[in-house]
Design a protein around this ligand. Structure first.
Ligand code: PRP
Length: 285
C-alpha cells in the first residue's frame, strides 16, 4: 500500500511544531531519538527527519512527497517548489542588519559593502533588483557575529524575536521577506499518494481552523438578542437556546481568535452576561 512520505526538520525551530501538528491530525508516530525515519501507526504516512537545507532537493527528486518547511528556505533554495498550505507557526523574517552605531538611510548603503549571510540567493536577488552591488560572504551559522569581528559590514539572516540581533549590537534595517512554516509538495507525487495527501491536508485544515477559532457561550436577555447576534459571525448563524430563567437565552457561536477582544468588548456593551470562551480542538466545515 502507498504511503505519503513527509520530510520534517530533524532539529531546529520547526521540528517540535511540525510533530505537534501531525499529532493533532490524529496521526501517531514513533518518535525514537536519533531516528531518521519513522512510520505512522494509524495513517499511511512515513516521516523523514532531514536537514532543513536539504529538503528542497529531496522534494525536487521526489524522494519525499511533501515537507513541512519554512518559506524562507523555499525562497532561498526552492523557488521552483510550490506549497499548498500556510501552517501558521515559525513566523519570522529574513532581514538585513547593520551595527547599531552605523548610520543608515537606504539600501544604497550596501553598495560595495560586505554582507555575511546564510541566504546568498535571497539577499543577492533583493539587492540586485534595487541596483545595489555587494560582496556576499556565505556563512552557515552564527552570522550575527560577522560585523563584530570585522568580517562584514552587515548581515542578512533570519530574525524572529530580534534578540540575537540585539545581543550582537545590530539593528534590523530592511525586511526582505516574511516567512512561516508551509506544506510544500513535490511535483513528482503520484495519483495514489495525492489522495493520501488530500486526506492529510483536510485534517491539517481542520486543526488550523480550530486553532484560529474560539467557541463562545453567553447569556442574553431576549430583548437584546438581535443586537448581540449582529456582533457574532458563527459558522452559519449563532445557536440560540432558551434558558430556564424566563426572558433569557443562551447564545453559542464561533469567533476568530484574532478578533476575540474586540468582539467580547462589544458583546458586553450590548448586554451579554456570563460569557464563556473555549478552545476548539478541530473544526470540520
Ligand atoms: C536563527 C537565526 C538567528 C536567530 C534569530 O538561528 O540564524 O541566529 O535564529 O532568532 P531571534 O530573532 O529570535 O533571536 P537558529 O536558532 O534557528 O539556528 P541556526 O543558527 O541553525 O539557523
Amino acid at each position: 500500500m502507498s504511503k505519503l512520505k513527509i520530510a520534517i526538520q530533524k532539529s531546529g525551530r520547526l521540528n517540535e511544531d511540525s510533530l505537534k501538528l501531525i499529532k493533532e491530525c490524529g496521526i501517531s508516530i514513533d518518535n525514537g531519538k536519533d531516528q531518521l525515519k519513522a512510520s505512522a501507526r494509524n495513517f499511511p504516512l512515513e516521516v523523514f527527519y532531514l536537514r532543513n537545507g536539504d529538503i528542497p532537493q529531496y522534494l525536487r527528486d521526489g524522494v519525499v512527497d511533501v515537507a513541512i518547511i519554512g518559506e524562507n528556505t523555499l525562497v532561498e533554495k526552492g523557488t521552483d517548489i510550490s506549497f499548498i498550505e500556510k501552517l501558521g507557526f515559525s513566523k519570522c523574517r529574513v532581514s538585513l542588519a547593520v551595527p547599531k552605531s552605523q548610520e543608515y538611510s537606504n539600501t544604497n548603503f550596501f553598495n560595495g559593502k560586505k554582507i555575511a549571510t546564510s541566504y546568498p540567493n535571497t539577499v543577492s536577488n533583493y539587492l540586485e533588483q534595487k541596483g545595489v552591488k555587494t560582496d556576499i560572504h556565505l556563512i552557515n551559522g552564527s552570522v550575527e557575529i560577522a560585523p563584530n569581528i570585522g568580517l562584514a559590514d552587515g548581515i542578512c539572516d533570519l530574525v524572529s524575536s530580534g534578540s540575537t540581533l540585539f545581543k550582537n549590537n545590530l539593528k534590523e534595517v530592511e525586511v526582505i521577506l516574511t516567512s512561516e512554516a508551509v506544506l510544500a509538495v513535490s511535483t513528482k507525487i503520484n495519483n495514489e499518494t495525492q489522495k493520501i495527501l488530500d486526506t492529510f491536508q483536510f485534517r491539517i485544515k481542520s486543526v488550523l481552523k480550530g486553532r484560529n477559532s474560539r467557541y463562545v457561550l453567553l447569556n442574553a436577555p431576549n430583548d437584546k438578542l438581535e443586537d448581540i447576534i449582529a456582533v457574532l459571525p458563527g459558522m452559519k448563524s449563532p445557536t440560540v437556546l432558551p434558558l430556564a430563567k424566563e426572558g433569557w437565552s443562551s447564545v453559542h457561536s464561533v469567533i476568530n481568535k484574532n478578533q476575540f477582544w474586540e468582539i467580547i468588548d462589544e458583546l458586553k456593551l450590548k448586554g451579554a452576561e456570563g460569557i464563556l470562551v473555549c478552545p476548539i480542538e478541530k473544526m470540520v466545515v
